[in-house]
Design a protein around this ligand. Structure first.
Ligand SMILES: CC(=O)SCCNC(=O)CCNC(=O)[C@H](O)C(C)(C)COP(=O)(O)OP(=O)(O)OC[C@H]1O[C@@H](n2cnc3c(N)ncnc32)[C@H](O)[C@@H]1OP(=O)(O)O
Ligand SMILES: O=C([O-])CC(=O)C(=O)O
Length: 374
């Protein structure tokens, strides 16, 4: 019996959402190249595209934005819940908790209506993630201002202000992270949705799977690597001691699907230099470039290249976010991808996901009573 460890090369659904060519380093959402979308659209436009299949015209976009803004205000019980959590709690744990608190026991999937939930959940998502940041920073919680579009409203609710460059970088990061076919987190959401669980519970399941350093947690791990190296002159020595001799994995490198550069990584690398950098940020960027060079030289032959999380932490930090927000900012965008995949699955395929395991334990044996056990 063949087992595919890690479900490698197992196809679990058909999708019209996201196409990846892992050998050529190509990523498209509904046929549009990621580079074109980052350059020409904003987050809401891409959310509309993913949800409805086509890019919106200006009226459709305005209506979509309006319907998201109507839900920027979080229910009081979610605000109270976030502010009651210990401030030292992990931000993804806070995200899981807040989304779980929005699920309702009597929820029923309804193919006609579920897509209509997307703007509502996007609006709530903005309130949740910006208030997680506010809570971590010891600021009072407040609802985002519906005067502003998504990326700007988010930055304003976190920092009190937002300049054009940062809004544009935030929009780009949101577009970049929207979807990536069926990674571990989306698969977790699909498993939950295949039982006809509710949308909020599916997001909670996905968030739990996003957290680890082999997936969404890699941006944090990759950034901490740069801090650990500390100085560009130390890169070679650090690489030899930790990666070559120490057999540690180079974080922010490698991918299950890409065998070449992840196209999103190239966008993040460029973004990192378009934003203003402090001396410390400049230094970390230089370290990252040097480490990338060594990593590609050593591992490129095996198809191991930098992935999207390699430079994203630097960009998030330049926008103003501390390390503990990086994975949560990934989730902030990916909520839309999770929703797109679960609605596509429930609407078009709707089959319980229930794989098998090959049994390797003992053969049938006689039960041993307590007094006879050694
Ligand atoms: C947004 C995202 O989720 S992107 C991924 C983010 N994760 C990271 O950056 C963490 C570091 N990367 C990794 O651990 C891996 O590349 C993963 C988990 C992303 C993908 O791994 P898999 O497809 O399961 O490959 P697997 O773990 O089997 O590795 C295959 C080989 O490549 C090596 N390898 C893979 N990634 C790395 C790495 N980052 N550094 C060093 N070696 C690596 C493995 O040691 C293994 O070598 P071997 O065959 O000699 O034993
Ligand atoms: O596709 C994957 O396995 C991980 C990834 O890059 C993502 O989720 O963005």
């Amino acid at each position: 019996m063949a087992v595919s460890l890690g479900l490698e090369d197992v196809f679990i659904k058909y999708t019209g959402l996201t196409f990846i060519d892992g050998n050529a380093g190509v990523l498209r959402y509904r046929g549009y190249d990621i580079n074109d979308l980052v350059q020409n659209t904003g987050f809401e436009e891409v959310c509309y595209l993913m949800t409805n299949g086509e890019l919106p015209n200006s009226q459709q976009l305005a209506e979509f934005k309006k319907s998201v803004k109507e839900h920027y205000k979080l229910p009081d019980h979610v605000m109270e819940l976030i502010s009651d959590l210990p401030r030292e709690a992990d931000t993804l744990t806070m995200m899981e908790t807040a989304f779980a608190s929005l699920s309702s026991g009597d929820y029923q999937w309804n193919k006609e209506n579920d897509r209509k939930q997307v703007p509502k959940i996007l609006g709530e998502n903005l309130g949740i993630i910006s208030n997680i940041y506010r809570h971590k920073m010891g600021m009072g919680l407040q609802n985002p201002d519906p005067k502003y579009d998504y990326a700007e409203a988010f930055l304003r609710n976190c920092f009190g202000n937002a300049d054009e460059k940062k809004i544009s970088a935030m929009n780009a990061a949101l577009v970049i992270y929207v979807d990536h076919e069926v990674p571990a987190s989306t698969t977790a959401a699909l498993v939950a949705s295949s039982t006809l669980s509710d949308m909020y519970s599916c997001i909670t399941a996905a968030t739990a799977a996003l957290k680890g350093p082999l997936h969404g947690g890699a941006a944090e791990a990759a950034y901490k690597q740069l801090l650990d190296i500390g100085n560009v002159d130390n890169v070679e020595n650090w690489f030899k001691t930790n990666i070559l001799d120490g057999k540690r994995r180079l974080m922010g490198f490698g991918h299950r699907v890409y065998r070449t550069y992840d196209p999103r990584m190239k966008i993040f690398k460029k973004l990192a230099t378009t934003l203003e950098q402090t001396d410390e940020q400049k230094k970390l960027f230089e370290i990252a470039v040097k480490l990338e060079e060594l990593g590609v030289k050593e591992f490129g032959g095996k198809g191991i290249y930098p992935n999207t999380d390699y430079y994203s932490g630097i960009v998030f930090n330049e926008i103003g976010f501390p390390i503990y927000m990086f994975t949560t900012l990934f989730g902030f965008s990916r909520v839309l991808g999770w929703l797109s995949h679960i609605t596509e699955y429930v609407e078009e395929e709707e089959r319980l996901i229930r794989p098998r395991a090959v049994y390797t334990g003992p053969d049938k044996r006689d039960f041993v009573k307590m007094q006879d056990r050694k």
